[in-house]
Design a protein around this ligand. Structure first.
Ligand SMILES: Cc1ncc(COP(=O)(O)O)c(C=O)c1O
Length: 279
């Protein structure tokens, strides 16, 4: 039986019941994180926890325990669930259970975290995926990892219905990110990705990859680029905790570069895999 970590400690997943008057359910008034686990070991946990506390501050939610305590609890959760293979930790914190009124209630935040198995998408990492482009209609504070994911869900579903893996979003032709990943292009051996402004999630894999590129003297710039730059790029790839460094070989029915996984993308996959202890 799966174990879930809550405000009350570890409980069996079946024993976890949520009231219908709950801020996350009724307002999406909460934040979350997804931490990658490889062979039972969390990857970039510090970065994820730092972002969680930044998201909490941005929505004026006080997390009722400190980061180090949370880290220890999450490591214990992995043990409780005997997660020794590839997987993830999902955690969320909402403003709590209270009568449905917009003003902040006077109550404790609700917290839970669980683990799950998640295999690496090895085939897609090797051969690449197709994407579509879509207008980014989300709110302006996409750097907050908020529970409000309806625009992301709708865009991802539309991509699926068009035979693609993901939708790459743009605000008035400036590419921001995808529904659940950051987007990079390669042009003339330079890697380009949207700057870490309020308009994108500051992805832990994104930031790590920029660092790894710099350490390996690969030119990388954080700059705005357009949908036409995206379509004309030599290579395009997505990054996230679930998909790692995922090549995009076709967008809106048009081949990217040669239509095959590019040399730069392969080098970055290699750097990622070494950093994550996968090689
Ligand atoms: C909208 C969005 N952008 C980017 C990312 C990548 O973030 P990370 O690299 O921290 O997994 C995610 C991850 O879920 C996301 O939902």
């Amino acid at each position: 039986m799966a174990v879930v970590l809550t405000n009350q400690g570890f409980v069996a997943s079946e024993a976890l019941h949520y009231p219908y008057q709950e801020r996350g359910l009724q307002f999406g008034d909460g934040i979350y994180e997804v931490i990658r686990v490889y062979q039972g070991r969390p990857y970039l946990m510090t970065e994820h926890l730092d972002r969680l506390y930044r998201s909490a501050e941005a929505i004026k939610l006080t997390i009722p325990f400190d980061k180090e305590h949370l880290r220890q609890q999450l490591l214990a959760l992995i043990n409780e669930n005997r997660l020794t293979e590839d997987g993830l930790i999902y955690l969320q914190i909402t403003r709590g259970s209270a009568k449905r009124l917009h003003l902040f209630p006077d109550c404790e935040p609700n917290f839970f975290a669980y683990t799950d198995k998640l295999a690496r998408p090895l085939e897609q990492i090797k051969t690449g995926i197709k994407a579509i482009t879509k207008q980014d209609i989300r709110w302006h504070y996409c750097y907050i990892k908020s529970l409000n994911l309806l625009p992301n869900v709708l865009a991802k579903q539309e991509a699926f219905e068009q035979g693609a893996f993901d939708a790459i979003l743009h605000r008035d032709q400036i590419v921001t990110e995808s529904t659940a990943a950051n987007v990079f292009i390669v042009k003339d051996d330079v890697i380009i990705t949207h700057p870490a402004t309020e308009r994108i999630l500051h992805g832990c894999v994104r930031n790590r990859l920029i660092l790894l590129a710099k350490l390996n003297e690969i030119p990388v710039v954080e700059a705005y680029y357009s949908v036409s730059d995206l379509l004309e790029a030599n290579e395009v790839f997505l990054t996230s905790s679930g998909i790692e460094v995922l090549p995009v070989v076709e967008i809106d029915g048009k081949k990217i570069g040669t239509g095959k996984v590019g040399v730069m993308t392969k080098s970055l996959q290699d750097l990622y895999q070494r950093d994550a202890g996968l090689k």
